[in-house]
Design a protein around this ligand. Structure first.
Ligand code: PGA
Length: 251
């Protein structure tokens, strides 16, 4: 069984002063499990320094699918790796909906990250319209199949999945633990089908309005191995509580 963890997705938030306060106030020390933060790219280095000794991993929110070249404003995976980050989100729903990332681009990013030894956290999830028209499983499973196209079994121990129903992100509306588990179980079955020896060991995080008050119910579900958390990861108090809940679930 994968160990539970929490990744805080700070999106385009947190000033340097707020980051300093966050790490000063952080109570949690990670010991096993996937615990980490993805700050804005410019703050990765600062966070790497401040996170020393906390056991928290620092990652990026995005990488380019290209190696290098004339791509103004893009973030090279190599640079992310060189600076010392260990993982990257790939295909977050905001990247898909606001910046036109298709499953094919997401697939190229997954392959790029793996080729450099950065762990991709592949984000998937359906919109409200897709859920209401009964397409949830089709959408989520095809995002995984296409996102992992040509990704060989030799690489997948470094892969994390994050199921984030788009209608639950930043809305305060969390999927019920049962609703989330229903999708996580399908994801688990697909991972086992694609990667028979590893599918059971891969972490599947849930994201979408996860808070200290609901995380333990989500973690009580068999195939939910932690949270990808936006709003509730911004203060040390709330982030520490989320991490403690995941840590407790590991014991
Ligand atoms: P939220 O964001 O926790 O604020 O809903 C989650 C995410 O977008 O990863």
């Amino acid at each position: 069984m994968p160990k539970c963890g929490v990744i805080g997705n700070w999106k385009m938030n947190q000033s340097l002063e707020e980051i300093q306060t966050f790490f000063n106030d952080l109570k949690f020390t990670a010991d096993g499990g996937t615990f980490g933060i993805v700050p804005q790219a410019l703050h990765i280095q600062k966070c790497l320094e401040l996170a020393k000794g906390s056991g928290l991993q620092i990652g990026s929110q995005n990488i380019s699918e290209h190696d290098n070249g004339a791509f103004t404003g893009e973030l090279s995976a190599q640079a992310v790796k060189e600076i010392g980050a260990g993982f990257t989100l790939v295909g977050h729903s905001e990247r898909r909906s606001l910046y036109g990332e298709t499953n094919q681009i997401v697939n190229e990013k997954v392959i790029k990250a793996l080729s450099l030894g950065l762990t991709p956290v592949l984000c998937i999830g359906e919109s409200l319209e897709q859920r209401e028209s009964g397409q949830t499983f089709d959408i989520v499973l095809s995002q995984i199949k296409e996102g992992l196209k040509s990704v060989s079994i030799d690489n997948v121990d470094q892969l994390v999945l994050a199921y984030e129903p788009v209608w639950a992100i930043g809305t305060g509306k969390t999927a019920s633990p049962e609703q989330a588990q229903e999708v996580h179980a399908k994801i688990r079955a697909l991972l086992i089908e694609i990667y028979p020896s590893l599918g059971n060991e891969m972490s599947i995080l849930y994201g979408g309005s996860v808070k200290p008050s609901n995380i333990k119910y989500l973690l009580s579900q068999k195939d939910i191995n932690g949270g990808l958390v936006g709003g509730a990861s911004l203060t040390a108090q709330s982030f520490s509580e989320l991490c403690e809940a995941a840590d407790f679930a590991n014991k």
